[in-house]
Design a protein around this ligand. Structure first.
Ligand code: SF4
Length: 90
């Protein structure tokens, strides 16, 4: 039996402790519709956990925000591309 960590309970992904966005204004990552994503993407660009972050959001079908340097629209395109590749294989 394992004991859940606080991060598990709060659903904070493990990679977040190494994230570039810790301490940044989180509103940058969740702009209003049509708002700029430039600053958030610039912060993500050099983040050590970018791949994990993007995968986390893609897997969860996260609908909001910039994750792994990608917008929801870009993540949807990634899922679509993966689905198409999978369909070609079968
Ligand atoms: S990739 Fe961006 S949103 Fe994800 S943890 Fe890093 S800085 Fe934060």
């Amino acid at each position: 039996m394992s004991i859940a960590t606080l991060a598990d309970i709060l659903e904070i992904p493990g990679f977040y402790k190494d994230a570039n966005c810790v301490g940044e204004n989180q509103d940058l990552f969740f702009p209003d519709r049509g708002g700029s994503t430039v600053k958030a993407k610039a912060i993500c660009k050099d983040c050590d956990v970018r791949e994990e972050c993007l995968e986390f959001a893609v897997e969860r079908k996260e609908r909001f925000g910039i994750w792994g340097g990608k917008s929801e629209r870009e993540r949807r395109a990634i899922r679509r591309e993966r689905r198409q590749k999978q369909e070609k294989k079968s």
